[in-house]
Write a protein that binds this ligand. Structure first.
Ligand code: GLU
Length: 593
């Protein structure tokens, strides 16, 4: 989940440039960071634990034209300065940073130790460094050495390597890697995502899996096929992200900015190519089995999309969590279809399933926000959310746009595409009106004040709102570090009712649908035992202890119900003084298993 960044150019402030790039990447991991650069013909490393460094301290960063950088989300070895990347070769001729996990690193390390190699850190990264050192003894050049060592690594790993002579190498296997080019200044950037270099470049190249990049000292890019060593042709694509999209635009946090961008994100769904949606809907109708697979928030988006496909499309859809799809591997067949919603399009758990399924001939559809992702490239039916960058580590507008997309696809399967578009248009207006109403924020802020005093928070919902309360739970856990527990309202009496007593607060989401009365029954059962209710509903009732009003958007009601839950998590995090855009321990795009 780490972020990798590299720069080679004419400017002599490479250190500053890579630190600036790292700042834009730190949603990927932010427990420690490091940079490495060439200065006066030797390699220098600076690394630290904690927040990315102060770029104003230029003494810290001597002049250099070439540098690499890394922000770490530790998987192997504690969060220490020594374990932070980059790591250096024994003879100090190259530096390396890694995004991924070498699953067999212990075995490889033992083999290297037998050959008398020693290690300074506890990381799997240093094992890659020593393997390359060793390979360079028998292989003629770095490309050959990198190819050689990749045949020994198990796991998904992307690396960036800086040689003392100023050349940069990078290799992709799994975790993302993109190249940015400023065609005027001839500067070249390498990164884990396109956002991080968006202010500086006008062209980009998406490095494919199993490719090795070499940037020589004349700033020429060569890409090699890792399997056969041959030169691969590449395509220069236009850089479409604008600088204005990657700042806070006057908002206090990215999270609230992005919640406010929800109407625009849904508009982008309405503007999707109708023919592509119709094509997918016919594929869905003729598939033997349809699976929707996602992880974390996208896992709950998957469940909601599956709900819509069952309800409107009459299709028997199964939704799965990426990390737990293993038992379906033998069941997948070539007439099946998998839908994968993902912000980054790089989620390792999901990609692993897709790779397996693809080999069995399963068709893949995806809805991804980040341009140039692996999932998009693997897809037979690729869709882009086109919602603009989502920088807060907690997903908000992308979740909402994914389920809006699922709703539209389901309506298309039902033969009611136009109605679907109309309802989404109404939804866009309803969400915008909701968000600009100051009273809504005031009510939610007040309830947030009460909720932060609780150690346990329950959420109940049913039918169309079940995945919505699950996602509400995710937001509360991520934003507040408090224990939240979402459960189907009807299941309450089977076990969680034992926890209902005075002092407990339960959030309940109610739409005017066929299950409304079941929720009222649950409320009564809860209140009888002394617990209190926060209702998110269209009309206030005397059985509610706290009330958050919502407007009935009918078929799309569940989609609009996520907004008050997201706001609740946001205002709770503010009151708790938490790091809202970067909650502890999590990273935005989970590119390791
Ligand atoms: N395995 C490396 C480490 O622990 C990289 C981790 C990652 O990419 O998340 O430092």
């Amino acid at each position: 989940m780490c972020g990798i960044f590299g720069y080679k150019g004419l400017k002599n402030n490479a250190g500053h440039i890579v630190i600036e790039g790292l700042r834009r990447l730190d949603y990927r991991g932010y427990d420690s960071w490091g940079i490495g650069f060439v200065s006066k013909n030797s390699l220098i490393i600076k690394k630290e634990v904690g927040k990315i460094g102060d770029i104003s301290n230029s003494q810290y960063l001597p002049n250099s034209h070439t540098a690499i950088a890394h922000t770490r989300w530790a998987t192997t070895g504690a969060v220490t300065r020594i374990n932070a990347h980059p790591h250096i070769s024994t003879d100090k001729t190259f530096l390396l940073a890694q995004n991924g996990i070498v699953e067999n690193y212990q075995e490889l390390k033992a083999g290297l130790e037998k050959k008398a190699y020693s290690f300074i850190s506890e990381t799997d990264t240093e094992v890659i460094v020593r393997l390359i050192e060793d390979a360079l003894k028998t292989q003629k050049n770095y490309i050959k050495a990198i190819r050689f060592i990749y045949s020994k690594l198990i796991g998904r790993n992307t690396i960036i390597l800086l040689r003392k002579n100023g050349e940069i190498y990078a290799a992709r296997n799994g975790s993302p890697l993109v190249i940015g080019i400023n065609t005027k200044t001839k500067e070249i950037f390498l990164s884990s995502d396109t956002l991080s270099f968006s202010p500086y470049v006008n062209k980009m190249i998406v490095v494919e899996n199993n490719q090795i990049v070499r940037i020589c000292n004349k700033n020429k890019i060569k890409i090699f096929n890792m399997k056969n060593g041959k030169i691969s042709q590449y395509k220069l694509e236009d850089m479409t992200i604008k600088v204005s999209q990657v700042n806070k635009a006057g908002y206090r946090h990215y999270m609230i900015k992005e919640i406010n961008e929800t109407p625009q994100a849904i508009k982008q769904i309405i503007n999707q190519d109708k023919n592509k949606i119709i094509e997918l809907s016919s594929a869905l109708k003729s598939a033997d089995h349809v699976y929707i697979i996602g992880s974390g928030t996208a896992g709950f988006a998957s469940a909601q999309i599956a709900f819509y496909l069952r309800l409107f499309g009459n299709i028997n859809v199964i939704s799965l969590v990426g990390a737990d799809a293993r038992s379906y591997y033998d069941i997948f067949n070539h007439n099946d279809l998998i839908i994968a919603p993902s912000q980054s399009g790089e989620t390792a758990d999901v990609i692993e399933v897709l790779e397996f399924a693809k080999k069995k001939g399963v068709k893949i559809a995806s809805i991804v926000n980040m341009p140039g992702s692996m999932m998009t490239r693997m897809s037979d039916y690729p869709f882009m959310s086109s919602a603009g960058p989502e920088i807060c580590v907690m997903s908000t507008k992308i979740f909402t746009s994914q389920i809006a997309w699922g709703y539209l696809v389901a309506k298309t399967v039902q033969g009611r595409y136009k109605k679907g578009v109309k309802n989404l248009e109404k939804l866009t207006i309803a969400i915008r009106t909701y968000l600009i109403n100051k009273n809504n924020h005031k009510i939610i802020k007040n309830i947030a004040k009460t909720l932060i005093r609780k150690s346990h928070i329950f959420l109940l919902g049913k039918y169309q709102n079940l995945s919505i309360i699950n996602e509400g739970m995710v937001k509360i856990i991520e934003a507040t570090y408090k224990h939240a527990h979402a459960l189907p309202a009807g299941d309450l009496k089977h076990y969680a009712i034992t926890l209902m007593e005075k002092g407990i607060l339960v959030i309940i989401v109610i739409s005017d649908d066929i299950v409304k009365n079941d929720l009222i029954t649950a409320i009564n059962e809860i209140r009888l035992r002394g617990a209190e209710i926060i209702a998110i509903a269209h009309k206030n009732q005397s059985i509610f202890d706290y009330y958050i009003p919502t407007k009935d958007t009918k078929e799309t009601d569940a989609i609009s119900n996520i907004i008050p839950l997201q706001l609740l998590a946001y205002y709770m995090a503010i009151k708790l003084g938490n790091n809202i855009d970067k909650p502890r321990n999590i990273a935005k795009s989970v590119t390791v298993k």
